[in-house]
Design a protein around this ligand. Structure first.
Ligand SMILES: C[S@@+](CC[C@H](N)C(=O)[O-])C[C@H]1O[C@@H](n2cnc3c(N)ncnc32)[C@H](O)[C@@H]1O
Length: 292
């Protein structure tokens, strides 16, 4: 009895190893459900990300966890935890100031002028792959500060979506650590955040602009429901996809945009070789992809 127990303890205290065959199965499955592509040589990364969950469920191999999630009907609800474990959610407020400046100084003023002519009074913005909401709320602060005062009759609706359920919860809560606000201009930090024992709490005035929901950019049916956006930010997520999935996702984003709408991607990302459907528009220190 004693021997069996100590063996068991050993099993769960040491790191599990993934065979090459297991890695192939896992990355194929993850790719199919999310578009996220684990490249050759990233087995160690997947191993370390799944480790805690596999042990928590008391499986003694990655293969058993794979079989559970893929073939066992009870494993279906496990997908959410798998996706939470494998996604990288790095983000912070005011991560891409040139894009925010382009939005507030050029794009929105022009759009508002056009919309007024046709009697419209609503602007819809989507932070696709929003992580914990910093991008969506940075947009909200810019709008509240620079656009809303002279356009009180307009409604600004910001939707943040992500595949990771934990970050969506954090976004809804709106309380952040030092790391998240480190790049926030002092003016905004002072005006829109309250320092509490739990962290930097965002002002409800800003929170009310944004809603957050779970959405997989690789889910065709869910993506077809996303329509009528004027601006989409889809930053620092395409890097995790291969060319095929990038094309698929960008095509959905194109369909989700209104004519005249803009798509922004991350600093290190481009639509070169992915889509020719957009017109590239230059702004100060950034480019936007316009749907004409
Ligand atoms: C590095 S963060 C980027 C956050 C933010 N857009 C930014 O630029 O700061 C990437 C986010 O993409 C999300 N993600 C990855 N694959 C996704 C998918 N298939 N559908 C939706 N979100 C996804 C991750 O959960 C993660 O929160």
């Amino acid at each position: 009895m004693f021997v069996a127990q100590s063996q068991n303890t050993n099993l769960f205290s040491q790191n599990l190893k993934m065979s090459n065959v297991e890695y192939e199965n896992w990355r194929k499955f993850i790719y199919e459900v999310s578009g996220i592509y684990f490249q050759d040589g990233k087995k160690y990364l997947l191993e370390s990300r799944l480790q805690r969950r596999v042990k928590f469920l008391k499986f003694d191999s990655f293969e058993k966890y794979y079989n559970f999630i893929k073939f066992n009907p009870r494993g279906r609800s496990e997908l959410k935890y798998l996706l939470d474990a494998i996604t990288i959610n790095e983000t912070f407020f005011f991560r891409n100031q040139p894009q925010l400046d382009a939005l507030a100084s050029k794009i929105l003023p022009e759009m508002i002028k056009e919309k007024r002519k046709s009697g419209q009074r609503r602007i819809k913005i989507w932070s696709a792959a929003s992580s914990s909401g910093e991008e969506a709320y940075s947009v909200a602060m810019m709008i509240h500060e620079l656009i809303k005062p002279s356009n009180r009759d307009f409604t600004f609706e910001i939707v943040g979506t992500d595949i990771n359920s934990q970050v969506i919860e954090t976004a809804r809560r709106g309380i952040y650590r030092d790391y998240a606000v480190r790049n926030t201009p002092k003016y905004f930090l002072k005006k829109y955040f309250k320092q509490t024992p739990a962290g930097y709490e965002l002002d409800p005035v800003i929170k009310q602009y944004a809603t957050f929901k779970l959405l997989n950019l690789y889910d065709n049916a869910a993506m077809r429901m996303m329509r009528g956006f004027d601006v989409i930010f889809c930053a620092n997520v395409l890097i995790y996809f291969d060319t095929q999935s990038k094309m698929r996702v960008v095509n959905h984003l194109y369909n989700a945009l209104n004519r005249g709408g803009y798509l922004f991607v991350g600093y290190s990302e481009t639509l070169h070789g992915i889509s020719k459907a957009f017109k590239i528009v230059s702004f100060s220190k950034t480019v936007g992809y316009k749907k004409e």
